[in-house]
Design a protein around this ligand. Structure first.
Ligand SMILES: *Cc1c(COP(=O)(O)O)cnc(C)c1O
Length: 362
């Protein structure tokens, strides 16, 4: 009896279509770094290719090369940029690196000259996040000889506060991006992640780069989620305790029990990526009954309070569901004091991954 992570490819495709409606004039790419936010880059890429998605972004060279394997006709952007070791393989496999620094531009230009061909790349301008990308000073000091060896196919930047629509930095970054990308007139531009798509259409430019929204994360906090839930976990019930005298559940004895309560022990824990911070705070479901986490999340086990579930329902069920529904990952994130990105990317290899609704159709 193993905990199973079910990934609904139909919901991912529906989310992709929702984003296309939201950004009708832009190309909608897909960001599949960290193995598709922990859900499996390959099957998700193939589902999105079936929806017409042709541009993908990943973080590392390994991710880029593994996504490329046997997939032609798609553009793969490598967000972290090339390094000396990976550059020849990236060029051979037609991966388009994002060049973030003068050093990466120099390296990619050298690779191009060695091969005697112009190599495409995206250029990242840092407009206020101070993470990756060229500063204004670096941009004005670009080595023109290097730039000649590179075929720029996209100018991009990244928003620091897109999930806070009222934050001043959004407009500041937008202004800076408009102004600085003006050095490449007519070039394709990209600024928005999932939340950026919902700020306003002036943030869409030519290409948008959603990640979390494809996987059901709410891109507009404080508003109803326009995206569909993609994941559910079913965890086996290993044992049910009928409490006969007052006591407690789990390490640290943090959940108190009274006679008459029922506690179910689930075969899933923080080693599977259920965040320990969610101890005593998250709620799972048994059929349609909410069952609150009871006690600390252990490595391989979690207690849930099933007192309110009728005996007849308990007798018919041997599993409990986590993360289900359109707000499942956002609610778990809130319970664990984190973001849905972490909820997804922590999901561990011990969970069996099952893909459903894989056939490419509406
Ligand atoms: C991760 C990432 C994205 C996608 O962000 P979401 O918030 O998941 O939509 C887009 N652009 C860059 C540069 C990123 O690093």
């Amino acid at each position: 009896m193993r905990a199973v992570l079910t990934i609904d490819l139909h919901a991912i495709r529906a989310n992709y279509r929702t984003l296309k409606v939201q950004a009708p004039r832009a190309e909608v790419a897909a960001v599949l770094k960290a193995d598709g936010y922990g859900l499996g880059c390959g099957p998700i890429a193939d589902a999105l290719i079936g929806e017409g998605c042709r541009s993908f972004f990943v973080a590392t060279a390994e991710e880029a090369l593994s996504l490329r394997s046997k997939r032609k006709g798609i553009r793969i952007h490598l967000l972290n940029g090339p390094d000396e070791q990976a550059a020849p393989a990236l060029a051979a496999k037609k991966v388009t690196p994002v060049l973030n620094s003068p050093a990466q531009i120099g390296l990619w230009a050298k690779t191009a000259k060695t091969l005697g061909q112009r190599l495409p790349a995206a250029l990242h301008l840092d407009t206020g996040m101070c993470r990756l990308g060229l500063s204004e000073r670096e941009q004005s000091a670009l080595d023109l000889d290097h730039m000649d060896a590179i075929g720029i196919d996209l100018i991009m930047s990244h928003l620091a506060c897109a999930d806070e629509p009222g934050h001043d930095l959004n407009q500041e970054q937008h202004q800076a991006f408009l102004q600085r990308s003006g050095s490449w007139p007519g070039q394709r531009l990209s600024l928005a992640n999932s939340a950026g798509i919902f700020l306003s259409c002036s943030f869409h430019f030519d290409l948008v780069r959603p990640g979390i929204a494809l996987f059901g994360g709410n891109p507009i906090p404080e508003h109803p989620n326009p995206m569909s839930g993609v994941v559910t976990i079913s965890a086996p019930i290993l044992q049910i305790h009928q409490v006969t005298k007052a006591g407690s559940v789990g390490y640290g004895a943090s959940y108190r029990t009274k006679p008459g309560m029922r506690i179910a022990t689930l075969g899933i824990g923080y080693a599977d990526g259920v965040l320990r911070q969610a101890s005593n705070r998250a709620t799972a479901t048994l059929r349609d009954w909410p069952v609150p986490f009871a006690g600390r999340v252990s490595m391989d086990l979690i207690g849930v309070d099933v007192t309110d579930v009728p005996e007849t329902v308990l007798a018919q069920t041997n599993e409990v569901t986590l993360l289900a529904g359109d707000d499942g990952i956002d609610r778990m994130a809130a319970a664990a004091n984190t973001i849905p990105y972490e909820v997804l990317t922590r999901l561990g290899p011990r969970l069996e991954r099952r893909y459903v609704n894989g056939a490419a159709s509406a």
